[in-house]
Design a protein around this ligand. Structure first.
Ligand code: EPZ
Length: 419
């Protein structure tokens, strides 16, 4: 397994181009199953999670062609049983259930296992499918959904943790070809849900309210092929803003949507950093003094759970006491033990991390555990004394396109060591 060596203490400055959004591209690629006609999706990031999704679609019978960031997909003749060995590697593969159910009225997918950020149930997805008239059968680690007919319904997707992003997308994709009107109450408002809805609308779907808590879908007879460019990755962008905060003179991000970044920009400004946005560019520069923060992760438009680990890395080196509470995935603190190996002073109290800033972290061998925790360890290494060795770097490659190369272009000194 590859590892990354981060030489601490280098200052970052300059420009970085942000890639297309992983969490938007994954459901959009799945949505191409809803038509027999060819679809062209551009600005698709080159990530292992995307590779897994394209492999699953090929195994289902799709013709898939990829040329750098553009993917052509044609789902003319497809089967409805996804291959276990690939599906188990990526929870997001659950989002093929909705389009397969919508088009073929049946689908079988292996149940996503848990992962280090917590149990990853899909009860809300399945409740949504049942409301549309599907029968759900779980056996042998697989979930099978079957619906002789799909009929529009009013569905609540509210959960104790707020809303469900992939659940909202899955139910939307199952409903676009159903008979009649579907109303999703308690829908996720994330930009990735809006991007998926915009792609479905380009295919001929009738959807209103995406980006709000209530989405209304008028079922249509069939969908046609479409072209679509994926939105910028707001979490990659947020990660680079934190890199700039941690060790930047001035770092400018290009090809972003500042509106999607407000929930990250506000706390960084509160923490004392100067941030300016101009069109599709956002720049960050140090202020006079860093300030501690109180952060709560909640569904969009709140502070994103996918940025929690990265902010812990910044706050570990910020004078004063910061409090970070995780309301979406209460167990999402695998990065804390590793940050403490680097000298951070963090006290975990249930789903809250109380961080007492230290003046200097020290480089150490650390273990990546999940996508965002791994990125946080690289960020911590930027500001640490000495070398930080991040092992199991495949976690990072799942969600960040060449993060080491992009950081080195900004002035970091990061080596990737092939194992
Ligand atoms: C999406 O996951 C993202 N992944 C996650 O990003 C992100 O952390 C998450 O949304 C929250 O923003 C993709 O889009 C591929 P959820 P998703 O359903 O949709 C509970 C990353 O780092 N829940 O919104 O799977 C669930 O347990 C990844 O890029 C149920 O209880 O997350 C969690 O506590 C990590 N029942 C909360 O809702 C369900 O049926 C939010 O989960 C579904 C979810």
């Amino acid at each position: 397994m590859d590892k990354i060596l981060v030489h601490g203490g280098r200052r970052l400055r300059g420009n970085v181009k942000i890639s297309g959004s992983k969490n938007s591209a994954l459901p959009i690629l799945a949505a191409t199953l809803l038509t027999k006609e060819p679809c062209t999706i551009s600005r698709v990031p080159d990530l292992s999670d995307i590779h897994y999704m394209l492999t699953i679609l090929s195994e289902l019978g799709c013709e898939v062609e990829r040329a750098s960031g553009t993917v052509q997909i044609r789902a003319e003749k497809i089967t409805t049983q996804a291959p276990y060995d690939i599906v188990r590697k990526m929870r997001a593969s659950v989002c093929i259930l909705g389009p397969l159910l919508g088009r073929e009225h049946e689908a079988t997918v292996s149940l996503p296992g848990g992962c280090v950020i917590g149990d990853r149930p899909i009860d809300l997805h399945l409740r949504g499918f049942e409301s549309l008239g599907a029968a759900v059968k779980v056996s042998g680690g697989n979930v099978k959904v079957l619906a002789p007919k799909l009929t529009g319904a009013t569905i609540s997707l509210r959960s104790t943790f707020g809303s469900t992003v992939l659940g909202t997308g899955n139910v939307m994709m199952a409903a676009v070809l159903a008979d009649g009107t579907t109303v999703i109450d308690g829908a996720a408002e994330e930009p990735e849900v809006v991007d998926l809805a915009n792609f479905l609308i380009a295919m001929g779907a009738k959807i209103e309210g995406a980006g709000t808590r209530t989405i209304t879908i008028e079922g249509v007879k069939e969908l046609h092929g479409a072209e679509h460019e994926v939105i910028p990755d707001r979490i990659e962008a947020g990660t680079f803003l934190v890199a700039g905060a941690i060790s930047g003179d001035e770092v400018t991000l290009h090809r972003v949507n500042p509106e999607h970044l407000q929930a990250v920009i506000s706390p960084l400004r509160e923490a004392g950093f100067h941030i300016e946005s101009n069109g599709s560019k956002v720049s960050i520069a140090p202020g006079t003094k860093r300030r501690p923060l109180k952060l709560d992760t909640i569904p969009y438009p709140g502070f994103p759970t996918d940025m929690q680990a990265q902010m812990c890395a910044l706050l570990a080196n910020t004078d004063g006491i910061s409090v970070v509470s995780e309301h979406v995935f209460p167990n999402r603190f695998m990065h804390v033990a590793e940050l403490k190996r680097m000298g951070a002073n963090i006290d975990l109290q249930g789903a809250t991390a109380v961080i007492t800033g230290v003046t200097q972290l020290s480089g150490a061998p650390v273990m990546a555990s999940d996508l965002r925790a791994s990125a946080a360890l690289v960020l911590a290494g930027l500001q640490a004394d000495g070398i930080t060795e991040v092992n199991r770097v495949y976690h990072i490659d799942r969600g960040y396109e060449s993060i080491d190369e992009k950081l080195n272009e900004l002035g970091a000194e990061i080596e990737r060591v092939k194992a």
